[in-house]
Ligand binder design. Structure first.
Ligand code: F6P
Length: 545
């Protein structure tokens, strides 16, 4: 809620902006301790935000704003199972999914940790059986391919994590079908054999039209090849809606539940992670959970200005609200984190793309930024031009491991690291007109040519970036990174004074799609639709003949 103290703290931050370093080269030259002052570590994990235009007073004022906004109290409320998702009257307890056995988290007086571990144990039994070949297909053949059918939070997390942990993948091949576009399912099935394929239907609600449509197509494919009785051996499900799963025909021992206190975009730690567990094995999956739990403890216990997710959230707030930057780019220098930007788009933008405060008023400040990205170094050869010389300033988040998984390809990793460091340095330092000119003169260019070209070679510099550095992308580290981002989104959402845990903004499109289906099918006319929609429908019909 906007109070006199949040208003005063925000006014102080805005007033302070003019006094923050505007020349980052000078800021580094003037203060040899700048990196130490604006970086934080936890074991091998390091966050460096020293290339952002902040000073000690900025951080102090951000800390005051966080206190005024009640970040620590809301964090504690989340961890303790209070119903902070006020529009759905739900607790927000994805953190309990990674609590070790023997700890406890009470929700309405009931400890949820034993239930969490009961499901994890059931997942382990099932994934072990699929992996060791004791859970075969209907014809007795070992499962070689697992296809997860889900979308949004029931897809993006497992897709991202399966790719990220490829070096640990020793189970059946993992595939993901999400899009309602039949091309997705069609192209996937083309390379598979029904006898050796297991489908996991993953949907929190078990009503999502994409997932249910794809699940029916998959069931038809199995039935056509192996007969109706084969379905049971080729399907499993993950859902909170156990009644709906039963109606689909999946046997209870192949259904893995979770709870309404786990948001879709926070659910990869739950049974939604089943395809990850089948791919990498239960022990690696446990290490992934343990990494996330480590970050939970860090977030829950460290003072806010020594707290990596809190600082990332504060710096994000600074860039978005005080500096007015509209977007941020997430650039993992790790090919196996190629799907991290897509995963973070849902985590961040579905959580913090909101326009009303917790008490239902229009927000007075910007909320979540546009989040986008691609792995480096590929992005360097595509959109980095805009990051360096475009007219908008877009803070960048670099992620990189000190070591790869391929010691025999160390040279590749050295080049990867050098490029990552070079990009953040270039964004910060830029290149002045004088530097551009002397470089060209040194290459022997004529003076009039130098004058003509030099302005095009100027980089403004002073473009902020943070770097997240860690030893190696193993299951524990991936767990820490994803939990770090979850908590950062939480911190920003609290600073924005919004509910990060609902997603009403995606509902209207779903309702209208349901209404438009009979129109597209030609069973109903477009009367009542706006002229654009009616015109598009007419054109589709004409094209379809
Ligand atoms: O459309 C948004 C959404 O509700 C996401 O929040 C969720 O992750 C996704 O759809 C999938 O939902 P479900 O798991 O219920 O199929």
């Amino acid at each position: 809620m906007t109070t006199a103290s949040t208003k005063a703290a925000l006014d102080a931050l805005r007033a302070h902006r003019a006094k923050t370093p505007s020349d980052m080269r000078a800021a580094f030259a003037a203060d040899p301790g700048r990196f130490a002052a604006f970086s934080l570590g936890d074991g091998d994990l390091l966050l460096d935000w020293s290339k952002c235009a902040v000073d000690a007073e900025t951080m102090r004022l951000l800390g005051e704003f966080a206190t005024a906004a009640g970040v620590a109290a809301r964090r504690d409320a989340m961890f303790s199972g209070q119903k902070i998702n006020i529009t759905e009257n739900r607790a927000v307890l994805h953190t309990a999914l990674r609590n070790p056995a023997g700890t406890s988290v009470l929700l309405d007086g009931i400890d949820v940790v034993p239930e969490v571990h009961a499901v994890l144990n059931a997942m382990r039994r099932f994934s072990d059986a699929v992996r060791d070949g004791s859970a075969t297909g209907a014809t007795g053949k070992k499962i070689t391919d697992v296809v997860n059918i889900g979308i949004g939070g029931s897809d993006l997390g497992p897709v991202m994590a399966t790719l990220a942990l490829a070096p640990y993948h020793d189970g059946p091949r993992a595939h993901y079908v999400s899009n309602i576009d039949g091309a997705h399912m069609h192209d996937m099935l083309k390379g598979l054999s029904p006898e050796t394929t297991l489908f996991i239907v993953a949907s929190k609600t078990f009503t999502t039209v994409e997932t249910m449509t794809n699940a029916e197509t998959a069931r038809n494919w199995i039935v056509a090849a192996l007969g109706a009785a084969a379905t049971g051996k080729h399907f499993a499900a993950v859902s909170t809606a156990l009644d709906k799963v039963a109606a689909f025909g999946i046997a209870p021992e192949r259904v893995f539940g979770f709870w309404d206190w786990v948001g879709g975009r926070y659910s990869l730690w739950s049974a939604i992670g089943l395809p990850i567990m089948i791919a990498i094995g239960a022990d690696n999956f446990r290490a992934f959970l343990a990494g996330a739990h480590e970050m939970d403890r860090h977030f829950a216990t460290r003072p806010l200005l020594e707290n990596i997710p809190a600082v990332m959230g504060l710096v994000g707030f600074w860039h978005r609200v005080v500096c007015g930057y509209p977007a941020r780019a997430v650039i993992p220098y790790d090919q196996r984190l190629a799907r991290l930007p897509a995963y973070l788009q849902q985590l961040d933008m579905e959580s913090n793309g909101k326009g009303v405060t917790l008490d239902g008023r229009a927000v007075a400040t910007p909320t979540g930024p546009l989040v986008w990205g691609e792995p480096g170094t590929n992005g360097q050869h595509a959109f980095f031009q805009l990051l360096h010389q475009g007219t908008d300033i877009i803070p960048v988040e670099f992620l990189v491991a000190a070591q790869g998984h391929e010691p025999e390809l160390k040279h590749h990793h050295d080049l990867l690291l050098a490029n990552c460091l070079a990009q953040s340095e270039a964004l910060m330092k830029g290149r002045t007109l004088d530097e551009a000119k002397s470089q060209m003169l040194a290459k022997g260019m004529k003076a009039d040519e130098v004058d003509r070209i030099a302005p095009h070679r100027v980089f403004s510099g002073n473009r902020p970036s943070v770097t997240i550095l860690y030893e190696k992308l193993d299951p524990r580290t991936l767990g820490r990174l994803i939990a770090l981002y979850e908590h950062r989104v939480f911190v920003e959402g609290t600073l924005f004074d919004i509910n990060s845990f609902d997603q009403w903004g995606v509902e209207l499109g779903k309702e209208l799609a349901t209404a438009l289906l009979p129109v597209v099918e030609g069973k109903k006319d477009a009367a009542g639709s706006d002229a654009s929609t009616a015109g598009l429908v007419a054109h589709i019909r004409a094209l379809r003949g």
